[in-house]
Design a protein around this ligand. Structure first.
Ligand code: MN
Length: 720
């Protein structure tokens, strides 16, 4: 009596390495369900693959091409479409040969090229198991990388053949692949409802990972099978008899448990072999749902049912769409008898899962896309669940797996981290720790430096580079997607801005007190407290902050502190020194772009702090008469940064002008932040550069150098 695996999958009790399978054998399977032109496409893929792998050998010593043919055969037995089969035959050519994806696209079209590319990407992933949770994330990562679920089916068929031939590998490699198969691939097959595939992967994985345990169990099963042969025959005969009496047509199949599930049960439940194995199992395949329930009645009438063991998975299907009736009976001599009853259709879905939806139907030429079919499968499963009134929590899992909203990336330690779709290295950094996020300056993706705004993709390895004094950049708020990153950046910027506002406010107030002959140290404390009370402010720091942000005016506060209500007429105000490192509360106006050496002035802007303009800028003219808003400034001697400055060049319209100017600018040790063109007429061009320069002298040297360029007619610095 054999397991009722569909043709093509090895019997779980008897897995053996497949022998060489020829392309002609593949074609004869294809003839049963594909059109001749589709078959010739598959054959063309074979010729291409055979040439690409020419001269390559597998570990077993046979020509490499037998491997992809075997992979295609597994998919042909599941009656997959011809594109999947072509991808199966070509699945290793990007990886193992000089063939590029573009070449496949030219030869076989975008669909096949995408499938092959998808399989190659999965091949790059290596699973190092650390914990059960890690395996779960790895499975999710693989599924998240698959846009087209057929990629996963090709990969599963690939893995199946590798497992069937795993004996040729070195023991350590064999164990690694076996473990990956048990922890990753078999559960994925199960999630996609592909039970026949799952069973064989488990069995082969078990045999390769624990050869000794496998051998012992196999021996035990053989012995036990000999003992019970007769009993099983008797039971089967009486079941068949009873069904015939009732006039029910059913295919009755005796079953044995798969070695790996026996092993798992013994291990998980800590039970003896006899308790697991001494269960007789029978599956009945009948015509329709009504007959399923009739069969059940007949069985419960033949032997007494074990209470609490009846399960109606027809009314309430399992998460992956599995449907069947399960019951356990007290057989002769009290031997438990497990019964499964289902229709042929349910049996097919139970064995093939999502693959059942690829069944080729004639006249189905313009069939749905892969994604539509995957959706179809999910919809079927969902409808079954809903009509059963069951919770649809399972759908969350499946949906996440097939249409992921998450990306899964590796940390430098090899852990897998889950992030929402669109996440960037900054999101990643904050997910690791908020300190890492706050101090990140650069990122490496798959060991290559990448911008912090790069959207991450599943399967990438991400590393964040931090610097001790780095700070979050307000621009990050434009691209982060996680709440954690956003909240942390905002919080950090806010407290930074507060600190900077306090510092600026204190300096502004000090300066404002000087013309009044006072300083912060000499102002009477009682006066300070009275003012704070009047404003309803808790402490003097908040008062500085208000001044720094421009919501309160320093000259006004200064007069209140010294009890002088009259504006100091003609009192000489000393300028505040600007270093350019005051932070977010001090900004440089984009109308006139002041640089060190320019006469400058500050304008307080409520809530935003101070904006620095060139003194002659026409945008500040209106504030000249308002001493409360107008802050006299000077450049500190210790400015150590670059500032943007805008220059406009009018030149002859000739080829290569921009390159000439750019190289001149670079040779003057300045950066070009931005360039804008404007063609006046056919002979002249106007180019506006935004440069970053140290000071006026630096800018003057650049302007002189540009002016000396023959094509340049005119150059001038822009003002507000
Ligand atoms: Mn392969």
């Amino acid at each position: 009596m054999a397991e009722s695996a569909p043709s093509g999958f090895l019997s779980p009790q008897n897995p053996k390495d497949t022998t060489r399978f020829l392309v002609s054998d593949l074609c004869s399977i294809l003839e049963t369900y594909l059109d001749p032109d589709q078959i010739s496409e598959v054959y063309r893929a074979y010729l291409f693959g055979a040439e690409a792998h020419e001269g390559q050998m597998r570990q077993s010593g046979e020509p490499y091409i037998y491997h992809p043919i075997a992979v295609a055969k597994t998919l042909a037995e599941m009656r997959m479409d011809h594109h999947s089969l072509m991808a199966a035959i070509l699945h290793d050519v990007i990886e193992d040969t000089a063939t590029a994806k573009e070449q496949l696209e030219r030869e076989f079209g975008a669909e096949v090229a995408e499938l092959v590319d998808g399989v190659s990407k999965l091949t790059h992933l290596h699973f190092e198991s650390k914990a059960e949770a890690q395996a779960e994330n790895f499975r999710k990562m693989m599924l998240a990388m698959v846009r087209d679920v057929r990629v996963m089916m090709v990969k599963l068929a690939d893995r199946l053949h590798n497992m069937r031939t795993v004996g040729a590998l070195r023991p350590d490699k064999r164990r690694r692949i076996a473990r990956e198969t048990l922890e990753i691939y078999a559960p994925i097959a199960q999630r996609l409802g592909m039970n026949a595939m799952r069973r064989e992967l488990e069995l082969l994985g078990f045999r390769a990972y624990w050869p000794l345990r496998y051998a012992i169990l196999e021996l035990a099963v053989q012995r036990a099978r000999g003992h019970r042969k007769e009993v099983l025959h008797r039971i089967e005969a009486s079941v068949v008899n009873r069904l015939e009496e009732a006039g029910v047509v059913a295919r009755v199949i005796g079953r044995e448990k798969n070695l790996y599930s026996i092993y798992k049960k013994m291990r998980e439940k800590g039970v003896a072999f006899a308790d697991v194995f001494d269960v007789y199992a029978i599956r009945m395949i009948v015509e329709d749902v009504d007959t399923c329930y009739r069969c059940l009645g007949i069985m419960h009438n033949l032997y007494k049912p074990v209470p609490g063991r009846f399960k109606d998975y027809i009314a309430i299907p399992k998460a992956n769409g599995y449907q069947s009736l399960h019951t356990t009976l007290f057989g002769p001599h009290g031997i438990p008898l497990e019964i499964q009853i289902r229709t042929a259709e349910m049996d097919h879905v139970a064995e093939s899962g999502i693959a059942a939806h690829w069944l080729y139907k004639s006249g189905d030429r313009h069939s749905a896309t892969a994604q539509a079919r995957a959706r179809e499968w999910m919809k079927t499963v969902l409808e079954m669940q809903q009509s059963a009134g069951d919770s649809i929590e399972f759908l969350e899992n499946i949906k996440v797996d097939l249409f992921p909203d998450e990306v899964y990336v590796f940390t430098p330690k090899g852990d897998i981290m889950e992030l929402p779709r669109g996440a960037t290295p900054v999101d990643f950094a904050y997910a690791v720790h908020s300190d890492v996020g706050n101090s990140c300056v650069a990122a490496k993706i798959d060991r290559q430096l990448a911008p912090l705004s790069t959207q991450l993709e599943s399967g990438q390895a991400v590393e964040v580079i931090t610097a001790p004094n780095a700070r979050p950049n307000p621009a990050w708020l434009g691209f982060v997607v996680t709440g954690k990153a956003r909240a942390n950046i905002r919080h950090h910027l806010k407290s930074m801005k507060e600190d900077e506002a306090v510092a600026l406010g204190r300096r502004l107030l000090e300066k404002a007190l000087i013309p009044l002959g006072q300083s912060l140290d000499t102002v009477p404390e009682a006066q300070v407290q009275a003012l704070l009370a009047e404003f309803g402010i808790a402490d003097v720091e908040r008062l500085f902050e208000d001044i720094g942000l421009g919501t309160r005016m320093a000259p006004l506060i200064a007069r209140r502190l010294v009890g002088d209500e009259e504006p100091a007429a003609g009192g000489k105000r000393t300028p505040l020194a600007i270093r350019g490192t005051e932070g977010m509360v001090v900004s440089f106006a984009k109308c006139c772009y002041p640089i060190p050496g320019d006469p400058i002035v500050g304008v307080m802007s409520t809530g935003r702090g101070m904006v620095i303009h060139r003194e002659g800028c026409r945008n500040v003219a209106e504030f000249r008469g308002q001493p409360d808003k107008w802050v006299p400034l000077e450049w500190s001697a210790e400015v150590d940064r670059e500032f943007p400055a805008s220059v406009r060049v009018q030149s002859e319209n000739q080829r290569g002008v921009l390159a000439t100017l750019a190289s001149k600018i670079a040779s003057m040790d300045a950066n070009i932040e931005n360039v804008a063109f404007e063609e006046r007429d056919s002979t002249t061009t106007t180019i506006t550069f935004l440069l970053s320069v140290r000071d006026r002298r630096h800018l003057a040297r650049i302007i002189r150098s540009i002016r000396n360029t023959p094509a340049v007619m005119k150059i001038w610095r822009m003002r507000g």
